[in-house]
Design a binder for this molecule. Structure first.
Ligand code: AMP
Ligand code: TRP
Length: 334
């Protein structure tokens, strides 16, 4: 039986990924790569839709790829590559932009959020068409499943609409993908401000656990994480957001359910619980950090792995793009 095709990606927009990216995306991807025919990209073409620095972009692209691998995404099992290495992405995005309504694109809430943050003059047309490029990513590979956070659901819905529209107008060409929305239990919040998601653009460093940070620093952040005055390790997202968030991290890293964690710490204070969690985090992130650093110490080898996988991606993407060109009536070059 052929495996279902799965596609996801992350922007290379920070030097290090954080615990939210790790638990919410990488761990899920790692688990899915055996069951599915998975494609994972570092979406550098998306990263340039907001102001960026070229030298940093190159570095962050390698770092993001290294962290995928360090977290257990195997470049021999999954097709792990850099988006810009596969030219078909930009080409299909252009074609899809011609069947995307201006109003339709204007309804994307992420665009509305980001453009109001950057202001009219710094908002590029590329930021506006960002979801069309994302649709191209997904559709080039005839992807059936797209694991994403709920903030990306609207973009996958647009992708489905574009696939259906194209198929209706030009004949069946694209697989219509299904979003796989990240489970609530995989969402990680800021350690200092557990009402907000953990994010690379957090106000304070103290709330973010970086995958590539010095493990002692991460341990300290756990010990200082915001809790509450009740003193019992109990999951209640509404009343106890800080403790519940720590329990979510514990549960994801230890592979244990919340009830067994409540049982283990019944009648004990937050100190014990935090100390054990800090140990778990150090034990998990430490080796990931070491593997990532080892990969980054040999950029030529990392680049070679990425090139091999870009060639695998090219083969699939080129076939889809050639079909698309034919169907819309572009004259074939003799
Ligand atoms: P971002 O860092 O927003 O570009 O997100 C990259 C990936 O990490 C997406 O699949 C997100 O759903 C996931 N992600 C980002 N932040 C979190 C978080 N705080 N908790 C869980 N998953 C997250
Ligand atoms: N826009 C996604 C995000 O910010 C990243 C992304 C780009 C993506 N292309 C994709 C995710 C294709 C899934 C499939 O998280």
């Amino acid at each position: 039986m052929t495996r279902q095709r799965l596609y996801s990606g992350m922007q290379p927009s920070a030097d290090s990924l954080h615990a939210g990216n790790y638990i919410g995306a990488l761990l899920q991807w790692r688990d899915m790569q055996s069951t599915y025919d998975a494609f994972f990209s570092v979406v550098d073409l998306h990263a340039i839709t907001v102001p960026q620095n070229p030298a940093e972009l190159r570095e962050k692209t390698r770092r993001t790829a290294a962290q995928y691998i360090a977290a257990g995404i195997e470049p021999s099992k999954s097709t792990l590559y850099v988006q810009s290495h596969v030219r078909a992405h930009a080409e299909l995005a252009w074609i899809l932009s011609t069947i995307t309504g201006f109003g339709e694109a204007g309804r994307m809430t992420q665009f509305k959020d980001k453009s109001s943050r950057y202001g009219q003059d710094s908002t590029s047309v590329g930021l506006f068409t960002y979801p069309v490029l994302m649709a191209a990513d997904i559709l080039l590979y005839q992807s059936e499943l797209v694991p994403v956070g709920d903030d990306q659901k609207q973009h996958v819905e647009l992708t489905r609409d574009l696939a259906e529209r194209f198929n209706t107008r030009f004949g069946t060409t694209f697989t219509v993908p299904e979003p796989v929305i990240q489970k609530d239990t995989a969402r990680i919040y800021d350690l200092q401000n557990p009402a907000s998601k953990m994010s690379k653009s957090a106000e304070s460093e103290a709330g973010v656990l970086w995958l590539l940070d010095d493990p002692a620093k991460s341990a300290k952040k756990i010990m200082r994480a915001v809790t509450d005055t009740e003193g019992s390790v109990r999951f209640d997202r509404g009343a106890k957001p800080g403790v519940s968030n720590l329990m979510t991290i514990y549960s994801a890293l230890a592979g244990r359910d919340l009830a067994s964690i409540e049982d283990e710490y019944a009648g004990r204070g937050y100190g014990d619980f935090k100390k054990d969690l800090a140990e778990l985090v150090v034990a998990e992130f430490g080796p990931v950090r070491e593997r990532a650093n080892a990969l980054l110490d040999d950029p030529a080898e990392l680049d070679r792995l990425l090139a091999v996988n870009a060639a695998k991606a090219d083969a699939v993407a080129d076939a889809t793009l050639a079909d698309v060109y034919d169907r819309i009536g572009l004259l074939r070059r003799a």
